[in-house]
Design a binder for this molecule. Structure first.
Ligand code: TXA
Ligand code: MG
Length: 321
């Protein structure tokens, strides 16, 4: 059964079509990374600007050298420790790699995902698949096959359904192409884990968000279409007190902090970061479908285990707390 599903998906990919597939992080929108037209159609399906480069997914470490060159020792160490898994390495690219994949940069982002269906697909396909998250540009990434259908509909030739994604947030991205490794996107693999593996300090990418929220002026990423606000506990209680009949959605990790009026729709997420991350995008998606006036999100703890979550809810709201 699964074999014929994989065969069918591989045939579509070889014919230059798009196939969405599950990974342990979020669903990816896959295309043959060496087929210019196929990769072009990823950008069309997502309405994504061509300046945003893609991650190439491979199935085993031997394929790394086909896509990347001058591979440093740090890359080997990290790949050995974290692949298959939610870590993307940015490395100097091989000259033949298509500019549409790398956004005309001299580097390529690459990872081995940890999901049996993704690995079976990549193995049967035999080469790299370019795969961004399978959502419209700036939307919340999909963590179920149903969410991919909602995001992409007929733009995708096939969707492999692997159930809900285990992790729920996109991979950690680390740039190894410069002298000092630095994190470009936080994920559930933390800087501490990476530093421990490498035995040296790594640098952090500085978020470009400011502390002032000017609605409509930010390009929000990972964002629902409902106005989404990231607030302190005091701010939330104030807003709940003032809300009266206004349709408000509240997302918390620690519900005990609040007195919540009856009419407020409340999503109580876990106070464990891994469970919170697993549930966040699906919750934002469900919340968005209620067409409320706003979604209020409780700011999460300042602790490295929460950093990736903090990054995504900051980007969804356009506010840094
Ligand atoms: O978990 C994930 O990484 C998921 C699953 C499907 O693997 N993929 C994903 O892809 O999140 P996407 O396209 O939504 O995000 C890719 C990120 C973008 O922020 C992009 O700028 C960065 O990777 N990226 C890709 N190539 C790069 C490069 N050469 N240099 C720096 N950043 C790069
Ligand atoms: Mg994405």
């Amino acid at each position: 059964m699964t074999t014929s599903l994989i065969e069918n998906a591989v045939n579509l990919l070889k014919a230059g079509k798009l196939v969405a597939f599950p990974t342990e992080t979020v669903y990816g929108l896959g295309a043959d990374a060496s087929n210019q037209k196929a990769v072009d159609s990823i950008f069309a399906a997502k309405k994504r600007p061509k300046t945003h480069p893609l991650i190439v997914h491979i199935e085993n470490g031997d394929q790394l050298g086909e896509w990347a060159r001058d591979i440093p020792e740090t890359a080997i160490k990290l790949a050995d420790a974290f692949w298959p898994g939610p870590l993307t390495l940015v490395l100097p690219k091989q000259p033949w790699v298509l500019d549409v994949v790398t956004g005309h940069q001299d580097t390529i982002a690459i990872r081995i995902p940890k999901h049996p269906l993704a690995l079976a697909l990549l193995k049967a396909f035999g080469s790299g698949l370019a795969a961004p998250s399978a959502n419209q540009f700036t939307h919340v990434s999909p963590t179920t096959a149903e969410a991919v259908r909602q995001e992409l509909g007929n733009a995708v030739a096939d969707i492999l359904d692997g159930g809900p994604c285990e992790i729920g947030l996109e991979s950690t991205i680390i740039d190894l192409s410069k002298a000092t490794p630095h994190i470009l996107r936080p994920g559930m693999i933390t800087p501490q884990q990476l530093e421990q593996c490498l035995g040296k300090k790594i640098a952090f990418h500085q978020s470009t968000l400011t502390t002032t929220r000017v609605p409509g002026t930010h390009t929000l990423h990972y964002a629902p279409s409902t106005q989404t606000e990231l607030l302190t506990n005091n701010e939330i209680q104030q807003r709940l007190n003032d809300s009266r009949e206004l349709s408000i959605i509240l997302i918390t990790y620690d519900a005990n902090s609040f007195q919540i009026p009856q009419h407020v729709k409340h999503f109580a997420l876990s106070h464990h970061p891994s469970q919170y991350a697993h549930d966040l995008y699906e919750t934002l998606r469900q919340a968005d479908q209620l067409h409320a006036a706003c979604i209020l999100i409780q700011a999460v703890p300042h602790h490295s285990e929460w950093d990736a979550i903090s990054d995504r809810i900051q980007k969804a709201s356009g506010r840094k707390i």
